[in-house]
Design a protein around this ligand. Sequence first.
Ligand code: PNS
Length: 194
Amino acid sequence: MNKGIAIYPGSFDPPTNGHLDLMERGSKIFEELVVAILRNSEKSPMFSVAERLEMLRALTGHLKNVRIDTFDGLMVEYAKSMQAVCILRGIRAISDYEYELQMALMNRKLEPTLETVFMMPADKYSYVSSRLVREVAQAGGPVKGLVPEIVEHKLREKVTSAKQRETRAIEILDRIDLGGKELDPKETKRKKKA
Ligand code: PNS
């Protein structure tokens, strides 16, 4: 086991089985692994930072040397503040390599003492990404086996509540007259039938 702290940074929106696989592998080779969720992502996330923190804590409860945290700003600054010796990132396919190489070299430029270590998740997860999982779930497809069960459950909740909000919004819009006045719900029904 390597001495020292490693940081596994990412968006984890949502955490997938591939992420978890990497955490399990990383926890075996580092003394302590800190999974760090980026707080200030430009993308509008599906899950809030608090939700991702909660899911990741539940998922890694069995890994005693894994800690979940959040960070803002430059990752290398956060890593330094944690006295980390390296950054852990996963590479699934060759398509990940270019982005990961750029990021690793930029991080090295920013902080030459910090090494990036790449690990491969199990090949059965080589096509699994948070983005595709979100896409499949939002379209009502199955994500079983791609994400842990608690994430699957949370995804279902998210998609259902988003659909309910959408239905409510359509109902409200339906009830609003073009002039801005609310129509009688009976009137709306009559209009729909017409
Ligand atoms: O899971 P992701 O979205 O691929 O993770 C990307 C992440 C969070 C590791 C990366 O965007 C990051 O470290 N952002 C923090 C800002 C930073 O340090 N940028 C310079 C890195 S080249």
